[in-house]
Design a protein around this ligand. Structure first.
Ligand SMILES: Nc1ncnc2c1ncn2[C@@H]1O[C@H](COP(=O)(O)OP(=O)(O)OP(=O)(O)O)[C@@H](O)[C@H]1O
Length: 263
């Protein structure tokens, strides 16, 4: 498990002169579950999109399984899975069509992709909608389809951007256990989310990004020992210098209610 699978070296990114990533250095090892957290706009999705080859014009290097992703060989993409935060999902397709299509893109044979997709959907009690259009699905059902689509090709590294969005409590438990099992099998999980109690539970390493720089990196216990806060939520608030939640909440309520009840 000491194999380095991902290496970010002095990663930088700017949009129209505004620095978004300001020199990220990070080595990730096989079997790790990285909780990648940070305030809104910190640069988490940007990091993921660069690693996935979706954004160009960045500075520094990204190595996946020892190869620089810029060396214009896309074969590394076969080894990674991605659950994006906002997915373009082809609404007019059925779950069967969509998942088979994605499976084929990743190099699976059509029949194999379809069969695997159905068996995975069955695990979420969704086999009845295998041939229904995705446009008729609830938010949670779509999310399950997305998660399945990222796993069909048995990737080595899985990137998840807010993957539990819309999932009910039972499904959340399944996904949490599934991620742990995958990591135990040597898969590497890169997990970005704002749901601190889940990140705290599933990650064996937490990386906090603030203003495009890594502000903390360690296990939950290590971060806890450094900050003397009892929860990841508390650590997050402390390390991001946010201590005005009560005042902000009071301000919001006072603005909302300032004119009394609406007649
Ligand atoms: N295509 C773009 N053009 C211009 N600015 C962008 C673009 N994409 C992202 N940004 C800016 O880069 C910064 C980082 O965005 P990013 O989506 O990486 O943050 P994040 O940490 O994922 O935030 P969130 O927690 O809200 O999802 C933000 O200020 C955002 O406005």
């Amino acid at each position: 498990m000491n194999e380095k699978v991902l290496s970010l070296n002095d990663l930088t990114m700017s949009y129209s002169g505004k620095t978004v990533l300001n020199g990220i250095n990070l080595d990730v090892y096989r079997g790790q579950i990285i909780g990648y957290i940070g305030p809104n706009g910190a640069g988490k999705s940007t990091t993921l999109k660069i690693i996935l080859g979706l954004i160009e014009g960045y500075g520094g290097t990204v190595e996946i399984l020892g190869k620089n992703i810029a060396s214009n060989n896309d074969s590394y993409k076969q080894k990674i899975g991605y659950v994006p935060e906002n997915a373009e999902i082809y609404d007019t397709l059925t779950a069967a069509e969509y998942l088979t299509f994605i499976g084929e893109l990743y190099g699976l044979e059509r029949q194999k992709a379809e069969d695997k997709a159905l068996r995975l959907l069955q695990q979420f009690d969704m086999e009845e909608v295998f041939h229904a259009r995705i446009s008729s699905f609830s938010k949670g059902m779509r999310q399950k389809v997305l998660i399945i689509s990222s796993l069909l090709h048995n990737p080595d590294i899985i990137f998840l951007d807010e993957p539990l969005s819309g999932l009910d409590a039972n499904s959340v438990m399944v996904i949490k256990d599934m991620l742990e099992d995958l990591a135990n099998q040597g898969k590497t999980i890169f997990y970005s989310s704002h749901i601190m109690d889940v990140v705290e539970k599933i990650s064996n390493r937490i990386v906090l990004l603030v203003n495009g720089k890594i502000a903390a990196d360690g296990s939950f216990d290590e971060l806890k020992a450094q900050s003397h806060e009892g929860s990841l939520e508390g650590i997050f608030n402390q390390l991001t210098g946010f201590d005005v939640h009560k005042v902000t909440a009071e301000n919001i309520v006072s603005i909302v209610t300032e004119d009394g009840p609406h007649e």
